[in-house]
Ligand binder design. Structure first.
Ligand code: PRP
Ligand code: URA
Length: 209
C-alpha cells in the first residue's frame, strides 16, 4: 500500500489557513500556493536516494553526497497544478517539467483529457505529479494512468488539499504511488467540492469566474 503523508509543518498549516479565506485575491493566493508547494517539496523529498561522489574542495579531496540518478520531473495537472510548479522549481531548479491537461466535467465529475507532453526519458525519472486539489480523485488517478501508459514507473503525487474520497481512490487505483497532502479535509459536497476546502483552485489562481 502507498504511503500517505499529511504535512504537519506549522508554516504549511499556517499558509493553508490563509488561502482558505474567501477574501484572499489571486495575487496573494498564487503567491501562497507557490510557497506551500516549495515547503511541501522540501518535506516530500526527504527520502530521495543519495550517492557518494569524489570532489576537491580548495583544501583537499573529499567525498560528498549528490542525488542519485536522473533529474526529477515535475508534472502539473492543468490548469491549477501550474500554480505549484514555481515553488517546486525553487527547491529543485534542475527538474524537468511536463504537462498533463485534464479538466473535470462539471456534470459527470469525470476527468476529460486534452493534453500530455512529458520530458524525454520520463520513464527513467522520479516524477512528481502536482495539483492543489484531490477531490473525487478522478483527475489525479487519470493523470497517473497516463504517465504509467507512457512507461513512467516512479511516481509521487502532491496536493495541497485532499478529500478522503480522493485518497481512497488513489489507494485503490494506484497503490504504488505515494501521496503527499498539505491538509486532509472532511468530505465532498454534492457538487464534488472539498469541504471546507478553498473553492475552485484554478479560478482562484488565474482570477477566472
Ligand atoms: C480541479 C483541480 C483538480 C480537479 C480535482 O481542476 O485542479 O485537477 O479539479 O477534482 P477531482 O479530484 O474530483 O478530479 P478542474 O477540473 O476544475 O480544472 P482546471 O484546473 O482547469 O480549473
Ligand atoms: N476542484 C477544485 O478546484 N476545488 C474543489 O474543491 C474540488 C475540485
Amino acid at each position: 500500500m502507498s504511503k500517505v503523508t499529511v504535512m504537519d509543518h506549522p508554516l504549511i498549516r499556517h499558509k493553508i489557513g490563509i488561502i482558505r479565506r474567501k477574501e484572499v485575491g489571486s495575487k496573494d493566493f498564487r503567491q501562497m500556493i507557490s510557497e506551500i508547494a516549495m515547503l511541501m517539496c522540501y518535506e516530500a523529498t526527504r527520502d530521495l536516494k543519495l550517492q557518494d561522489v569524489e570532489i576537491e574542495t580548495p583544501i583537499c579531496p573529499t567525498t560528498v553526497k549528490e542525488l542519485q540518478g536522473k533529474k526529477l520531473a515535475v508534472v502539473p495537472i492543468l490548469r491549477a497544478g501550474l500554480g505549484m510548479v514555481e515553488g517546486m522549481l525553487e527547491m529543485i531548479p534542475a527538474a524537468k517539467v511536463g504537462h498533463i491537461g485534464l479538466y473535470r466535467d462539471p456534470e459527470t465529475l469525470k476527468p476529460v483529457e486534452y493534453y500530455c507532453k512529458l520530458p524525454a526519458d520520463s520513464s527513467e525519472r522520479e516524477v512528481f505529479v502536482v495539483d492543489p486539489m484531490l477531490a473525487t480523485g478522478g483527475s489525479a488517478a487519470a493523470a497517473i494512468q497516463m504517465l504509467k501508459d507512457k512507461g513512467v514507473k516512479r511516481i509521487r503525487f502532491m496536493c495541497i488539499i485532499a478529500a478522503p474520497e480522493g485518497v481512497a481512490k488513489m489507494q485503490e487505483e494506484h497503490p504504488d504511488v505515494d501521496v503527499y497532502i498539505g491538509a486532509l479535509d472532511d468530505h465532498l459536497n454534492d457538487h464534488g467540492y472539498i469541504v471546507p476546502g478553498l473553492g475552485d483552485a484554478g479560478d482562484r489562481i488565474f482570477g477566472t469566474k
